[in-house]
Design a protein around this ligand. Structure first.
Ligand code: GN1
Ligand code: MG
Length: 372
């Protein structure tokens, strides 16, 4: 334990009125943007016996989320809405300070504290039952919010899934080349630029009003679903920082580019990346089982390409971050963002080869589940 971090976490716990004593913390290394800690307290269980009570503390990355107060109000609205409309659904609960605020802003950052749900998560997963359940969980999440007023939500990261704008930023930073890294990544840039129009088709359709805007999760990595440790049933969808108006393809595509890849998204051996069609099918089954009845034919027709879009979009984001000197994503080695880029590019190339199969699977699920 780092004593400075421990001291800070103790202080955060006090601000959120967590009764002590605090005795340890563990950093949870999963997210690429926020810092997350599991903090552990000892409590009397009511019969004089000691029991451990844990919470999650997060330091929100204010470089990524420039208005974290508005972000917390989005989360409040969404979780309150789900809690009232679907009381049986588990939601993360954020604690309040004495001033009734669900965050603490101080000289060390922007903090929030929620309940800790004992659970397991999966990064890559060959268990098709788990993948199908993750599809159902994200499908359910979108359906629960289908009547939620999208206008009530603040855009926590404007143009988050605007692939065109992601490309524009990449091109501008490539021209500026602030760290002198462009020469080294020429091949990656050339391929990504050659794929630009295909990758931006979803954004173009959105701009032309051809697809309905929904309230979407926008960060549907399957490790954002917590599963029961024993039964592997989904418990709760987490990470609501990017719940905003979006397209169904954003959620479907992001989930697939993460879960259906043969390897983890930052595998240094990019040549191993590619779409596992069994995993693709399992996720599509779960997701469409829940959403098919509300999806238009035009939306369904975008789902295969949306996976390619999201893989390219992430590749542009990782590469752009590498070019500007690793400012956004947490890195664990100097080439981490470049390895992530190469892995997403290899995945996107395999998606081009498998696009017809992916579209056929999606359409088959939609026809079976749409109910007409
Ligand atoms: C970030 O921090 P995390 O792991 O929840 C990013 C996602 C990316 C993902 C790639 C707000 O998510 O968009 O897909 O990394 N979140 C934000 O691993 O930028
Ligand atoms: Mg996230």
């Amino acid at each position: 334990m780092n004593p400075e971090i421990a001291r800070k976490l103790l202080q955060v716990g006090e601000a959120f009125r967590i009764p002590g004593p605090f005795f340890s913390y563990e950093e949870i290394k999963m997210g690429n943007v926020n810092h997350t800690y599991k903090v552990n307290y000892i409590r009397d269980d009511g019969s004089g016996m000691a029991q451990i009570k844990s919470y999650l503390v997060q330091r929100v990355n204010t470089y990524a989320f420039q208005d974290p107060v508005a972000l917390m109000s989005n989360i409040d609205k969404v979780t309150e809405y789900i809690h009232h409309k679907f009381p049986e659904t588990k939601c993360l609960h954020f604690h309040h300070t004495a001033e009734r605020s669900n965050y603490l802003m101080d000289q060390d950052g922007f903090w929030r504290l929620s309940n800790y749900v004992p659970s397991v998560t999966f990064n890559s997963c060959d268990d098709l039952n788990v993948v199908r359940s993750a599809g159902e969980a994200f499908g359910d999440f979108q359906m629960m919010l289908s009547d939620f007023d999208a206008g009530a939500l603040y855009y926590t990261i404007p143009d988050f899934h605007n692939t065109r704008k992601r490309y524009e930023k990449l091109k501008a930073d490539m021209a500026a080349d602030p760290c002198g890294r462009v020469a080294e990544v020429r091949a990656e840039l050339d391929w990504l630029l050659s794929a630009e129009d295909e990758a931006c088709r979803l954004t173009d359709m959105q701009e032309q009003g051809e697809l309905p805007l929904r309230v979407t999760h926008n960060d549907t990595k399957i490790n954002n679903v917590l599963f029961d440790e024993a039964t592997h049933q989904p418990l709760v969808v987490i990470d609501l920082d990017t719940v905003m108006p979006g397209l169904v393809g954003h959620d479907f595509g992001d989930a697939i580019r993460f879960a259906a890849n043969f390897v983890e998204e930052d595998c240094p051996q990019a040549e191993k990346a590619g779409v596992n069609l069994n995993v693709f099918w399992a996720f599509a089954e779960g997701f469409l089982k829940k959403t098919a009845a509300t999806l238009t034919e035009a939306e369904v027709a975008t789902l295969g390409n949306s996976c390619f879009t999201l893989a390219c979009e992430l590749a542009t984001r990782f590469l752009d971050d590498y070019i500007v000197g690793d400012k956004y994503f947490k890195i664990r080695s100097p080439q981490h963002n470049l390895e992530r880029t190469r892995c997403q590019i290899a995945l996107a190339k395999d998606m081009q080869v498998k696009l017809d199969a992916m579209n056929a699977i999606v359409r088959d699920c939609w026809v079976r589940y749409r109910g007409w």
